[in-house]
Design a protein around this ligand. Sequence first.
Ligand SMILES: [Zn+2]
Length: 184
Amino acid sequence: MANKAIILLAVLLCAQAVFGVAVVSKSAWGGRAPRSKTTLGNNLSYAVIHHTAGNYCSTRAACAQELRNIQSDHMDSLGWPDIGYNFLIGGDGAVYEGRGWNVVGAHATNWNSKSIGISFLGNYNHNTATSAMINAAKGILADAVSRGQIVSGYILYGHRQVSATECPGTTLWNEIRTWSNWRA
Ligand SMILES: [Zn+2]
């Protein structure tokens, strides 16, 4: 009986690994360790979508370089403990680890401790998110629900809805307004 339980657990763990979105770890993109971390609670009600307003990238190497540049800017120029976002989406269709799960981000003033922040690499006033990027973002949001970081009925906002900013850029703003969890 105990063996059966162990086998079932192993199957469930494997299934989760197979169906979850692959995330490029911070170490894989050459990121630095955080100076400090604040724990982000589970069962949050919000997710906030951003753009980096910087360079678009369409290869793993270019996205990794852009991520290192952004992290240096956030840590060295802004003095933050780490890159601001929880996860980032590259033009190569990959999800990149930022602060990751259960760590409070620095992406939307007054909303950091009640949301996860996901940012698209590029400037979506003139770039356009590909279907691979959109699927990647929806995939990491689904994983956030399945692991209990956000509730299934979470509300999706664009950064401009919670702060005076044009983020996440007009093309991405028009895109996310079609997603089922977006609310006016
Ligand atoms: Zn933003």
